[in-house]
Design a binder for this molecule. Structure first.
Ligand SMILES: Nc1nc2c(ncn2[C@@H]2O[C@H](COP(=O)(O)OP(=O)(O)O)[C@@H](O)[C@H]2O)c(=O)[nH]1
Ligand SMILES: [Mg+2]
Ligand SMILES: [Zn+2]
Length: 359
């Protein structure tokens, strides 16, 4: 029996396989069609179905637990009406989940059905070891294989020194030194990624979208300039994007995560000010401060009376707090590393002392 979704189908470019087709059989009998989710909005999602892109409604009953909520990379079963509706999700092969607030059991799924997590680390800034470790943990925990891309080699003072330091932090993980300015390492990275689904992870401004575009061979992902004052990129990617690579495989770009912290205040921000976050996706500029910028969807909604101005004030205030919290968490984790090292050292000392006594 030949399947209507065999390798010749448009969906195979997005990662559809015979195994998925088999898993979908029951849904097909129920008159549903498969689609891969590209991007999630509140109450709906953009997906790619066999016949092309669709916008599907997500029933309100689905979004109770954020881990079960549809996300970029999920395979969905849609009811193919004039207004398609998401009816079910296929079981995830793997996922990249960011922990929410420490006391909450909820996590936020950043991407589903991921084979490789590329953790991007800029060679143009001092290495943040604690942050790298947490990004790697995020990759491993979700069932994906992490790969480290050291970016902006053209701006590095001593790429080899950083590379060996990173190697000591991440034994057994492939490390590629790259530069989109010179093209260094891009062929090696492309070869490492292969046919599966790859997600680009790392803080804002390290060059994730630039790497994505270099792999794609065209400028499909939005990139952003770095602020002169502190070298940090600012909201340079507004939306998560899922795009097929020409050489095979699928690429998911993510907005920069300042830090993957246990107290991730940014998660709270997204939930508490969902309507502002959603509006901000429609601002003309990816780094819109929702102040006096032209084409600001947030200010337009305030003028139209759809959003109260104090909501924007509260959002800004929490954003500042989230930034502070992230900085503090980084400092605390650095402290933890020092304490852990002290504990290991004293344990070793005790062990050797004991041995010396035995000799
Ligand atoms: N010199 C240099 N600049 C880069 C390189 N990769 C990215 N950039 C710049 O760094 C900034 C942030 O890049 P972007 O890809 O948007 O970072 P993202 O926020 O991680 O997606 C942009 O201005 C890029 O042009 C690189 O290899 N060399
Ligand atoms: Mg980006
Ligand atoms: Zn705006």
């Amino acid at each position: 029996m030949t399947s209507p979704f065999s390798n010749s189908s448009a969906l195979s470019r997005y990662g559809w396989t015979q195994a998925l087709d088999d898993a979908f059989a029951g849904h097909r009998e129920a008159g549903l069609v498969p689609a891969r989710i590209l991007r999630v909005h509140r109450g709906s999602c953009d997906a790619i179905a066999e016949h092309g892109p669709v916008r599907a409604t997500i029933p309100a009953s689905r979004s109770a637990d954020p881990v079960d909520a549809p996300c970029t990379g999920d395979w969905a079963a849609l009811r193919p009406d004039r207004d398609p509706e998401l009816v079910a999700l296929l079981a995830r092969r793997s996922s990249v989940v960011r922990a929410s607030a420490a006391r909450s059991s909820h996590g936020q799924v950043l991407a589903a059905n991921v084979d490789t997590v590329v953790v991007a680390v800029s060679l143009a800034a001092p290495l943040n070891a604690a942050r790298l470790e947490r990004f790697l943990a995020l990759g491993w925990a979700g069932g994906a294989r992490p790969v480290i891309a050291l970016t902006k080699a053209d701006l590095a003072a001593d790429a080899a020194a950083v590379e060996s330091e990173v190697r000591s932090l991440a034994p057994g993980v492939d490390i590629v030194v790259t530069s989109v300015a010179t093209g260094q390492g891009m062929d090696v990275l492309a070869a490492l990624l292969g046919e599966g689904t790859t997600v680009l992870l790392g803080p804002s401004g390290v060059g994730k979208s630039s790497i994505g575009n270099a792999l794609l061979g065209e400028e499909l992902l939005a990139t952003g300039a770095v602020r002169a004052q502190d070298g940090k990129g600012r909201h340079t990617t507004v939306r998560r994007e899922l795009v097929p690579l020409r050489a095979g495989g699928v690429l998911i770009d993510t907005p920069g995560l300042r830090a993957v912290s246990l107290h991730d205040a940014a998660d709270g921000l997204e939930q508490v000010f969902a309507e502002i976050e959603r509006l901000a996706e429609s601002c003309r500029f990816g780094d819109c401060a929702h102040d006096t910028e032209p084409g600001c969807a947030v200010q337009a909604a305030i003028r139209a009376g759809e959003v109260a101005e104090r909501r924007l004030d509260g959002y800004r205030k929490l954003q500042r707090e989230a930034a502070w919290e992230a900085a503090r968490t980084d400092a605390r984790l650095r402290g933890d590393r020092v304490n852990r090292q002290k504990a290991i050292t004293s344990h070793l000392r005790a062990t050797y002392k004991f041995r010396d006594q035995q000799l």
